[in-house]
Ligand binder design. Structure first.
Ligand code: ATP
Length: 236
């Protein structure tokens, strides 16, 4: 079943149009990735889906409801959660306090204990370091915390922007494994990645965005083998 559908959205900043028709469908319980090169408009797509930017045209449907014009906090109350690029943690606050802040929407407040258990179970390192200031964590641990804070928001759909950015490949693999575990627990995930190869390697389905427009899509296993994708993004 489709849980989130993005229909041909256009958007941009001021007068500058960045998206020229970005579309995708997320199937419930699947891990979907949106990949593409630097500046293709992936972050802009996420921001528009989340409601941080207004779509100029096109629409966004969440659980059968048109949410195109809803502000981000209302979408968060419905279960649409974004882990933004660059983590945006509260660096002077402890790991635990950061997690607590993640549970600020209406849905999440009632499930705080349950989601905290889930977050610590997924990332035991965070439990060990729960009183440590977020700013003193390693890059990989900070990224774990950013994802864990997303879990605290009690998502139905979790959207993650550039999970791999700046991290060593071994850490990226570990984090991607956590996403698969979350998927196996029933969560629907949208992963936005510049690291096309690794994103396709762990996803169920993939969409390629180029110059603000949707192009090739398909089961991730097929996309990895696609000649155009391999030439354009995998350097093969
Ligand atoms: P990256 O992986 O580099 O973040 P991306 O595919 O996520 O790439 P976007 O961040 O969506 O791409 O950026 C698309 C274009 O929009 C870029 O040309 C960028 O310079 C521009 N852009 C992004 N944010 C703004 C902004 N706040 N104001 C003006 N232009 C912006």
């Amino acid at each position: 079943m489709t849980i989130l559908e993005v229909r041909d959205i256009t958007s941009g900043y001021g007068e500058v149009q960045i998206l020229w028709g970005s579309s995708m469908k997320l199937e419930e319980g699947k891990l979907t990735c949106l990949v593409g090169g630097n500046g293709a408009g992936k972050t802009t797509t996420l921001r528009t889906v989340m409601g941080l930017l207004k779509p100029w045209s096109g629409s966004v449907w969440f659980q059968g409801q048109d949410v195109s014009r809803m502000p981000a906090y209302t979408k968060a109350d419905l279960g649409l959660v974004l882990v933004p690029e660059g983590r945006q943690l509260f660096t002077d606050m402890s790991v635990y306090e950061n997690l607590e802040m993640g549970a600020s929407n209406k849905r999440a407040r009632g499930n705080l204990k349950q989601n905290l258990d889930k977050a610590y179970q997924m990332f035991p390192r965070l439990l060990e370091r729960k009183t440590q200031k977020a700013g003193t964590l390693s890059g990989g641990e900070q990224q774990m915390l950013a994802v864990a804070r997303g879990i605290m928001a009690d998502p139905i759909v979790l959207m993650i922007d550039e999970l791999s950015l700046g991290l060593a490949p071994v850490l990226v693999i570990q984090l991607f494994e956590s996403l698969r575990a979350l998927r196996d627990m029933g969560l629907t995930i949208l992963l936005v990645e510049q690291n096309v190869q690794m994103a396709l390697a762990i996803s169920d389905y993939g969409y390629v965005l180029a110059e603000g427009k949707s192009g090739i899509e398909g089961p991730a296993r097929q996309l990895i083998k696609d000649k155009q994708v391999r030439e354009a993004y995998l350097g093969l």
